[in-house]
Design a protein around this ligand. Structure first.
Ligand SMILES: [Zn+2]
Length: 99
């Protein structure tokens, strides 16, 4: 995570980053400035969405996972790239000050 461009402190915790839309838009916890995701964050977020779709697709087509009967298994599988991506995104992503 890049530090806040305004106060140069970490703008958000990992838990907060993974929570809802905070990764796209948040308020710096140190100085309160409005922040928006930078390009690196957008790229990572799109990769996560793509990885989710791919995981679901591969599970259903290659491993005979059923969309209805194996719903929880599918949710578990899809959450793997989400968790991984969130951690990677948190450490390599960042924010810019909202114009
Ligand atoms: Zn700040």
């Amino acid at each position: 995570m890049n530090n806040c461009p305004s106060c140069n402190e970490p703008p958000i915790s990992l838990g907060g980053w993974c929570n809802g839309l905070n990764s796209i838009k948040c308020k710096c916890k140190s100085c309160g400035v409005d922040l928006l995701a930078n390009l690196a964050t957008w790229v990572i977020l799109s990769t996560i969405v793509l990885a989710m779709c791919l995981t679901a697709y591969i599970s259903i087509t290659q491993f005979d996972v059923h969309f209805k009967q194996d719903r929880w298994l599918l949710i578990g599988l899809v959450s793997i790239p989400v968790l991984l991506g969130s951690v990677i995104g948190y450490f390599s992503g960042g924010y810019k000050v909202k114009a």
